[in-house]
Unconditional design. Structure first.
Length: 217
């Protein structure tokens, strides 16, 4: 399984050999270090832990002494896959343009928002004396419904964003080993500087790959 950590950068455009343009997001990857290899006999599952980014020694607690990395993440190992050695380095050369990947990151936090922005409610009518309720949620129940209580899962105003979002079937458009950056098709979740987790995915068939490319740009 191929895996990589990086930080989200700006968006850009990539032209292929046929002149077709694709929108993509730049990811600043850098080099990863394998900090621990977990086995099924000792830990109960097989995974590899990698570290990314620098961290001051004064900010490292006792449990993480010897691992001065800003981020530590685990990636599961597939059955029969050879596990790397502790201390090994991983860079973006494991990926090639055209690889299909899955990307996970924390989405932008938008604070406390109303139902129009958070859930896409249309709001009330803009006529017949409407003054200050155009963006109100409307009735939330009561009158015997659910015993007079608000139903669980009722879409209401509240905190929006800041969730872990996973986007599948994205393509690696370009790789630059000199700057340790790669361009991934489409828009990735999060703000610039957000930690991005990249994992390899199964190869798509030509028809499916073409459909994914059109939907992601």
């Amino acid at each position: 399984m191929k895996y990589m950590l990086g930080t989200k950068g700006r968006m850009t455009q990539i032209f292929d050999e046929k002149g077709v343009v694709s929108a993509g997001t730049i990811v600043n990857a850098g080099s990863l270090t394998v900090t621990q290899v977990k086995s099924s006999t000792v830990d109960g599952y097989e995974a590899v832990q990698i570290g990314f980014g620098d961290k001051k020694d004064s900010n490292v607690n006792k449990a993480q002494k010897g691992k001065p990395f800003r981020y530590l993440r685990e990636f599961p190992l597939q059955t029969g896959e050879a596990s790397p050695e502790t201390g090994a380095h991983v860079d973006i050369s494991i990926f090639t343009p055209g690889d299909v990947v899955t990307v996970s990151a924390i989405s932008k936090g938008k604070g406390f928002q109303g139902v129009v922005k958070r859930h896409g409610f249309h709001g009330g009518p803009r006529s017949h004396g409407q003054k200050n309720k155009e963006r109100s949620p409307g009735s939330i129940g009561g009158g015997g419904r659910a015993g007079g209580r608000v139903v669980k899962g009722m879409r209401m105003a509240g905190r929006m964003g800041g969730n872990r979002v996973t986007v599948k079937n994205l393509r690696v458009l370009q790789i630059d080993p000199t700057t340790s950056t790669l361009v991934i098709s489409g828009a990735l979740p999060g703000r610039p500087g957000t930690l991005v987790e990249i994992r390899s995915n199964a190869k798509l068939t030509p028809n499916n790959a073409e459909r994914t490319r059109k939907s992601s740009v």
